[in-house]
Design a protein around this ligand. Structure first.
Ligand code: PLP
Length: 395
């Protein structure tokens, strides 16, 4: 839906949505798959009667589709209420199940806050936790990782693709390193699924997080893929749902949507990625034609993402100016305790603060067109010019 008709002060405006890493629109085919579950399948999947069994069938079909997206076994899939919950379950679940003498959690400094803040909370609860540095190009520093993983390490957390830069991480190498010390590996694949082929077995990780709303499915639905035999303490206690790993009545319609979105992502992966790579490269070339613009993050990257800094600008005000012109992008800034915190991802890559605060993320999607890209680039060029001119005038 990158071209919604909109109006500000009665001027018709074309809107361009380049924030697909924040969330994707619901694919109409996903909505169609959800409607029967919302309209007529009100049964509880745990009930023995026919109503329950029909709801159970919807949940199990979705499980098979989500498993197929990442080449896992359906029984490995634990449905959760979000990607955030999947990350929390992985990190805290492993920590709480860890035995004495093997309690250390090692995570990449640029992980999503769902991992970083869970690890930090465990640190406050007495678990040893360590953050691993990034290289300037955005990949994890494998030497630093090797220096931190030891025989006391319970879990290594390394995401597959970063949400802010799109940089793809050397997860297989991290797995090999962790294995040498008997540590488990959690891989947050929320931003990789649907953009890259993800093969749970080939990757070698023990746990893998997914989220439906990043792949054109509904919000509030996620999954943690758990290798058989992995010791995991549940976060939610109650009924025996999800093989005792996540209590609570399943979100049947949400899961119908997740299953449909996973099937579409698997079937369209190659076509989506090739088209998006061409559009992203075009956008990047246009943005780099703006003086003093630089891309943050090197290869390999997922096809839809580019993170660009425009020296001498303030990304927060740029973002607001772009929004007024109908272009939706994002900064990696997070709001913590009422104050805007600059991107921890770009900071971890060693970028100077001025460059971090002048950086915008553009993330394209299934509905992005060549026209959107051209329009976005010209709107950004004008806004950057205006901001730089205003800064000069203030001097
Ligand atoms: N992990 C990554 C890499 C993400 O980008 C996100 C969402 O931005 C999450 C986890 C959290 O997923 P959810 O929004 O489903 O809680």
């Amino acid at each position: 839906m990158s071209a919604l008709p909109g109006r500000i002060d009665s001027i018709p405006m074309r809107r361009v949505y380049l924030d697909h890493n924040a969330t994707t629109p619901l694919d109409p085919r996903v909505l169609e798959a959800m409607l029967p579950a919302l309209r007529q399948e009100h049964g509880n999947p745990s009930s023995i009667h026919g109503f329950g069994q029909r709801a159970r069938a919807i949940v199990e079909d979705a499980r098979a589709e989500v498993a197929a997206l990442v080449a896992a076994h359906p029984t490995d899939v634990v449905f959760t209420g979000s990607g955030t919950e999947a990350d929390n379950l992985a990190v805290r679940g492993v920590a709480l199940a860890a035995r004495e003498g093997r309690r250390k959690i090692v995570y990449a400094a640029f992980e999503h806050h769902a991992v970083v803040n869970t690890a930090r909370a465990l640190g406050r609860e007495g678990f040893p936790v360590e953050a691993v540095k990034a290289l300037p190009g955005g990949q994890v520093d494998l030497d630093d990782l090797a220096a931190r993983v030891d025989d006391r390490t319970a879990l290594v957390c390394l995401m597959l693709a970063n949400n802010e830069t799109g940089v793809v991480q050397p997860v297989a190498e991290a797995v090999a390193l962790a294995r040498r010390h008997g540590a488990l590996v959690h891989c947050d694949a929320v931003q990789a699924a649907g953009k890259l082929p993800v093969d749970f077995a080939a990757l070698g990780a023990d746990l893998l997080a997914l989220s439906a709303h990043k792949i054109y499915g509904p919000k509030g639905v996620g999954a943690l893929v758990v290798r058989r035999g992995t010791k995991l303490e549940p976060l939610l206690r109650g009924g025996a749902q999800e093989r005792n790993r996540r209590a609570g009545t399943e979100n049947v319609a949400g899961l119908a949507g997740f299953g449909a979105a996973a099937r579409l992502a698997r079937c369209q992966l190659g076509a989506d990625a090739a088209r998006l790579a061409a559009l992203r490269d075009d956008l990047e070339a246009r943005l780099l034609a703006i003086p003093d613009a630089q891309v943050n993050g090197g290869a390999p990257r997922v096809a839809n993402t580019t993170n660009v800094s425009f020296a001498g600008t303030d990304a927060e005000s740029l973002l607001m100016a772009l929004d007024l012109e109908g272009l939706a992008v994002s900064t990696g800034a997070a709001c913590a305790a009422g104050a805007v915190e600059p991107s921890h991802v770009l900071r971890a890559m060693g970028l100077p603060m001025a460059r971090v605060q002048a950086s915008l993320r553009f993330s394209l999607g299934r509905d992005t067109t060549a026209e959107d890209v051209a329009l976005a680039a010209s709107v950004v060029a004008r806004a950057v010019d205006r901001q730089r001119a205003a800064a000069l005038a203030r001097r």
